[in-house]
Ligand binder design. Structure first.
Ligand code: HEM
Length: 356
C-alpha cells in the first residue's frame, strides 16, 4: 500500500525521531519548513495542516464576508483581518504548548470571494456541482473563508477559533462550524478507522505524488464534504458483504479477497474500484478525513481532501454516485471548496499574494 501522511504512524515516527531529533513524516519533510522536532508551527512557504499527519481532532470554521463590504473596501477589510490572524496565529502556533498539541491552522477562500472583491480568481476555484444523492443543507455549505483547525486536543482548537472569530470583527461573519475526531483504533498504532470500522487514510500519495498532484506552487485546494453515513444499516451486513462494498479487508485494511494489493482485486461496484486513481490517469488527492457525531442520529464522515484541482474530486464523486455501492449508505449534507492560501512568513501575511 502506498502510504505517506499516515504511514509512519505517530508512535513509530516519534520512536524513529527520538534517535534523529526529527518527528516529521516523509511527506512533510522537504516542503513544510514550519514542521520541526517540536511539532508543526505556523510560518512556512506552505501552510501546515495539509501534509501534517492527522491530529486527533479537527474544527472547521466557515465565515462569510459582510455583504455590505464589496470591491476595494472589502479587499482592504479582508487584508486587515488576515493580517491580524497572521499575527495571532504566529504567536499562538509557534509556542511550545501549541506545538506539543500539534495545533495547525489552515486558511482558504471560497469561490464567491474573488468576484465579490473584484479580484482575479485562482485558476481552479469553482463551486462544486450538486451530485446525484446529495441532500445538502445550505447552512452547512460554502463559506467565503474556511479555516481548518487541527490538534490533538479539542481545547486547543476551540481557543484559536475564539481568537479568530473575535479578530474577524464585523468583516467576516461566522457561517458555520463542524468538529470531527478520529475514532480510537483498537491497537492504538494502526491507521485510524472510520465509523464503518475500516482503516481509512492509508492509501495516500507519496511525497513525489504530493508535489505533482496536491500542490499548485505553494497553494492547494480543499474539498469538504459532510457525509452522513447509515451506520446501523451498514453494521447489520455480514462482514464479508461490508468488505465487498469497501473493497478492503476490515481486519487488515488490505485487499478484501486476500488477492494482490491492487484495485483490480476489488469487487466491481466497490468503493476502491470507483476511486481507483488509474481511472484519472494516476491523479491523486490527499485525504485527511475525520469522523463526526452530531448526536446519535447524525454521524458520518467529515471528508477533507487536498488536491491541485478540485475537478479531480468532481470526477471521482460522479463515479461514486454512478457505480459505488457505498453511496447507498452515504448522503452528503454539507459541501464546500476552498483555495488554500500559500503559507505566511514574517513580513508576508496570509493572503499577501491574493490581496496585493
Ligand atoms: C462516504 C464516506 C467514505 C468512506 C467511509 C470512505 C472510506 C474509504 C476507505 C476505507 C478507503 C480505503 C482505505 C484507505 O486507503 O484510506 C478509501 C479510499 C479512498 N477513498 Fe474513500 N471513503 C468515503 C468517501 C470518499 C469520497 C467522497 C471520495 C472522493 C470522491 C473518496 C475517495 C477515496 C480515494 C481516492 C481513496 C484511495 C484510493 C486509492 O488510492 O487506491 N472516498 N475510502
Amino acid at each position: 500500500m502506498n502510504v505517506v501522511s499516515e504511514a509512519p504512524t505517530r508512535r513509530r515516527v516519534l520512536i524513529a525521531g527520538a534517535g534523529l531529533g526529527l518527528s516529521v513524516t516523509a511527506c512533510a519533510r522537504d516542503v513544510d519548513p514550519s514542521e520541526d522536532a517540536r511539532g508543526p508551527g505556523f510560518h512556512g512557504l506552505r501552510q501546515a495542516g495539509v501534509t501534517t499527519p492527522r491530529q486527533a481532532t479537527v474544527l472547521l470554521l466557515a465565515y462569510d464576508l459582510d455583504p455590505g463590504l464589496r470591491g476595494a473596501a472589502g479587499a482592504r477589510a479582508l487584508k486587515a483581518v488576515l493580517g491580524s490572524w497572521t499575527d495571532a496565529l504566529a504567536e499562538t502556533l509557534e509556542s511550545d504548548g501549541s506545538r506539543a498539541a500539534r495545533l495547525t491552522a489552515t486558511v482558504g477562500i471560497g469561490p464567491a470571494l474573488p468576484a465579490a472583491l473584484g479580484l482575479r480568481a485562482p485558476a481552479a476555484l469553482r463551486e462544486l456541482p450538486v451530485f446525484t444523492g446529495d441532500r445538502l443543507d445550505p447552512e452547512r455549505c460554502g463559506g467565503d473563508v474556511l479555516v481548518q483547525l487541527c490538534a490533538d486536543t479539542a481545547d486547543a482548537t476551540e481557543a484559536v477559533a475564539e481568537t479568530l472569530t473575535r479578530l474577524a470583527g464585523e468583516t467576516l461573519v461566522p457561517r458555520g462550524r463542524q468538529d470531527g475526531f478520529l475514532p480510537p483504533s483498537p491497537d492504538g498504532d494502526s491507521t485510524p478507522r472510520d465509523l464503518l470500522g475500516f482503516e481509512d487514510g492509508a492509501a495516500n500519495p507519496t511525497p513525489e505524488e504530493c508535489e505533482r498532484w496536491v500542490w499548485s506552487g505553494n497553494a492547494t485546494y480543499l474539498v469538504v464534504r459532510r457525509i452522513h453515513l447509515r451506520l446501523e444499516d451498514f453494521a447489520r451486513l455480514a462482514v464479508r458483504r461490508q468488505e465487498e462494498i469497501i473493497g478492503r479487508s476490515r481486519s487488515t485494511g488490505g485487499p478484501s479477497a486476500g488477492g494482490p494489493e491492487d484495485a483490480d482485486a476489488a469487487p466491481p461496484r466497490s468503493h476502491l474500484r470507483a476511486v481507483d486513481p488509474r481511472l484519472d490517469s494516476g491523479a491523486r488527492m490527499l485525504r485527511r478525513g475525520y469522523s463526526y457525531a452530531d448526536g446519535p442520529a447524525d454521524q458520518g464522515q467529515l471528508f477533507l481532501a487536498f488536491m491541485r484541482d478540485p475537478a479531480l474530486f468532481v470526477r471521482v464523486q460522479r463515479r461514486m454516485a454512478a457505480q459505488d455501492e457505498l453511496s447507498g449508505f452515504a448522503e452528503a449534507r454539507g459541501s464546500a471548496v476552498a483555495y488554500v492560501l500559500p503559507g505566511a512568513r514574517p513580513g508576508r501575511p496570509l493572503g499577501a499574494d491574493l490581496l496585493t
